[in-house]
Design a protein around this ligand. Structure first.
Ligand code: SF4
Length: 120
């Protein structure tokens, strides 16, 4: 962002969904509209290195028609989400699998994929 440039965004850290205005100044990003400090942190991260926790489901290969819900155990770069979903589209899990199991380690070198459900 250039000095004087403004961006408006919605903080997604809690259900209040504060409308944030981020303005680039000579001293860095100035954020208004946040009700708590997490909003300022979110705006800074979103405008410099946006990340997301990926959630999806994976097919269970030895249980016909079954899927297990999964998520990354940490945020990954927003720009890598599409590539990450492409990688996971070919991944199958073998039952039994339980909540917390690592079903795909080091997805694109950013985070492990863990089960958030159980299939016996
Ligand atoms: S700024 Fe704070 S109160 Fe507002 S949405 Fe973000 S986390 Fe929630």
């Amino acid at each position: 962002m250039n000095i004087g440039e403004k961006r408006e965004l919605v903080c997604i850290n809690c259900p209040m969904g504060c409308m944030l205005t981020a303005t680039m100044t000579e001293n860095g990003l100035s954020v208004t509209g946040n009700t708590c400090p997490r909003g300022e942190k979110y705006a800074n991260e979103e405008l410099t290195h946006p990340t997301r926790t990926l959630t999806t489901t994976l097919r269970v290969e030895n249980r016909e028609g079954k899927y297990v819900p999964v998520k990354t155990n940490g945020p990954i770069s927003k720009e890598k989400l599409f590539e990450a979903m492409k990688v996971l589209s070919d991944v199958k899990v073998t039952a039994p699998v339980k909540t917390g199991d690592v079903v795909f380690p080091s997805l694109l070198g950013e985070a492990d994929v863990i089960a958030t459900g159980t299939v016996d």
